[in-house]
Structure formats: structure tokens, C-alpha cells
Design a protein around this ligand. Structure first.
Ligand code: UGA
Ligand code: MN
Length: 254
């Protein structure tokens, strides 16, 4: 199967570094199709050129988050959901451009996480909906489904953070077969739901807990980490601009 990885992304100092880290993992994955959706009014030259030179098969979309739902500078990150508009745009693209004859698996790959190439070797096994452990999320070293080693049946979850979530796992911890995405045409993400419930929002529309397929050796291996890149301190730029009359990155893309 082809892996369709959906990555929302937005302009910020670390964007190119994030996309570089991701793309160079994805280059190691056979049959990979990257769907990159910019949270912007227009496609940016940075992402456009980056993708053109990436060596990957890709689709480049832009879908701005409505201003009302955009995080303000002073908002805590958990106040508003991120990636909703972008993931929905990608789901629409998939439903408009792919059909049942395609063998595929759909994965939501945020641009700041860290992915092992071995994750994708597991993902290709997904028949309906597959799940696996995610490192460094939910306040734990690892948040994971509890699986029967032999059958992969999911018997529970180890989550402590909001364990009442219908599916207490991170976005990085599951993938959905393309046939299911095409069947359940109404499955989209939504804005006005509790923080931390985006994963459950889509999963409850496509599956049931007892249908989940536990992968990564019966959910005993970690192949993806919910890393979150710190914003770099760029306070010297102001001094630089005063002294040199331009930014350090004038005429050079970072
Ligand atoms: C957690 C989950 O891992 C996310 O998948 C989920 O969307 C998010 O919570 C949520 O509940 O909304 P977190 O690390 O806090 O993740 O989210 P980010 O990584 O900051 O954002 C998720 C994706 O949306 C990233 O690919 C990011 O580039 C993108 N994003 C973020 C935008 O496109 N626009 C923004 O303004 C912010
Ligand atoms: Mn993240």
C-alpha cells in the first residue's frame, strides 16, 4: 500500500528545519505520498521550493485556519485545536482524488514529531484502523494501547491524561486504511470540541475500540515521539538590524 501522510504546517522560524527532518525520514519509506497543507492564505515560496527539491512524491495544498480559531500570541496552546482546517482539506483531497482501486493507509503526521522509519513498516499492515505507542506524550514517557501480544487485540489504554477520552491516544498513534476513509465520507475533524479530543473525534466516526489493530509488536515498541520544538530565542536579531540595517537572514532562506 501507499502511505498517505497528512502534515499541517505553518510559517515560523523552525519550519524549514522541521520539514527537513521529516522529509529525510520519509525518503526512507517505500511508496510514500506526502500531503502537506500550509496554514496560509497562499502557498509560500519556502514550502513550494522545499517540496520541489525534496525528492518525495507529494501534494501541496493551502488551507488557512479561520481567524476566529487562530491561536493568539498570548493564548495557551491548548486553548484552540491546531491542524483542523488543514487535515480536513487533506481528507477532502483524498476523497476527491483517490478511489477504491487504490491500496493505501492514511496517517496524520504533524510537522514537529519524530518518526522512525520502522513506524511505516508497521503502518502498511493496517487493515481498518491500526494503533501503537507514542513516546513523550500525555505527560508520560509513553502513552500506549494495551494489546494482546498474540492477536494484537486492544484491551485497554495506559493514559492518565483525560483517560475518559473515547480513544485516549495521540494523533501520531494511529493510521486508517484508505478504504475506511473513502467509506466513511463524513469523518472530519471539528473545532468546537474539548481540547485533546481531536483524535477521538475522527476515530469514533471510523471505528470502535474493540476493532483496533494493535501494531508495533503488540504495542511494545515506540517508533514515534511527540517531540515539540522549542521556539528559538531570536532576540539578537533586533540588535543586528540596528547595527547592520537588515536581518541576518536577508537574502538567505533559513
Ligand atoms: C497535540 C496533537 O499531537 C496534535 O495532533 C493536535 O492537533 C493538537 O494536540 C490539538 O489538540 O490541536 P501539539 O503538539 O500541541 O499536539 O500540536 P502542534 O504540533 O502544535 O500542531 C499540530 C499540527 O498543526 C502541526 O503539524 C502544526 O504545524 C500544525 N499547526 C499548528 C498549524 O498548521 N497552524 C497553527 O497555527 C499551529
Ligand atoms: Mn506537535
Amino acid at each position: 500500500p501507499t502511505i498517505f501522510a497528512i502534515t499541517p504546517t505553518f510559517t515560523r522560524p523552525v519550519q524549514k528545519a522541521e520539514l527537513t527532518r521529516l522529509s529525510q525520514t520519509f525518503l526512507l519509506v517505500p511508496n510514500f505520498h506526502w500531503i502537506v497543507i500550509e496554514d496560509s492564505e497562499e502557498k509560500t515560496p519556502l514550502v513550494t521550493n522545499f517540496l520541489a527539491e525534496s525528492g518525495l512524491t507529494y501534494t501541496h495544498i493551502n488551507a488557512p485556519t479561520p481567524t476566529h480559531y487562530k491561536l493568539g500570541k498570548s493564548d495557551q496552546v491548548w486553548k484552540k485545536p491546531r491542524g483542523v482546517e488543514q487535515r480536513n482539506a487533506a481528507l477532502r483531497w483524498i476523497r476527491n482524488n483517490l478511489n477504491e482501486s487504490r491500496n493505501g493507509v492514511v496517517y496524520f503526521a504533524d510537522d514537529d514529531n519524530t518518526y522512525s522509519r520502522h513506524l511505516f513498516r508497521e503502518m502498511v499492515k493496517v487493515k481498518r484502523v491500526g494503533v501503537w505507542p507514542v513516546g513523550l506524550v500525555g505527560g508520560l514517557m509513553v502513552e500506549k494501547p494495551i494489546c494482546d501480544e498474540a492477536t494484537g487485540k486492544v484491551t485497554g489504554f495506559n493514559a492518565i491524561w483525560k483517560p475518559e477520552r473515547p480513544f485516549p491516544i495521540d494523533m501520531a498513534g494511529f493510521a486508517i486504511n484508505l478504504q475506511v476513509i473513502l467509506e466513511k465520507k463524513e469523518a472530519y475533524f471539528a473545532y468546537d470540541i474539548q481540547s485533546g479530543f481531536q483524535e477521538s473525534e475522527i476515530l469514533k466516526k471510523v471505528t470502535f475500540r474493540d476493532e483496533l489493530e494493535g501494531l508495533a509488536s503488540g504495542c511494545t515498541k515506540v517508533y514515534v515521539w511527540h517531540t515539540r520544538t522549542q521556539n528559538p530565542v531570536l532576540n539578537t536579531e533586533n540588535i543586528y538590524k540596528k547595527k547592520r540595517g537588515k536581518a541576518s537572514n536577508t537574502g538567505i532562506e533559513v
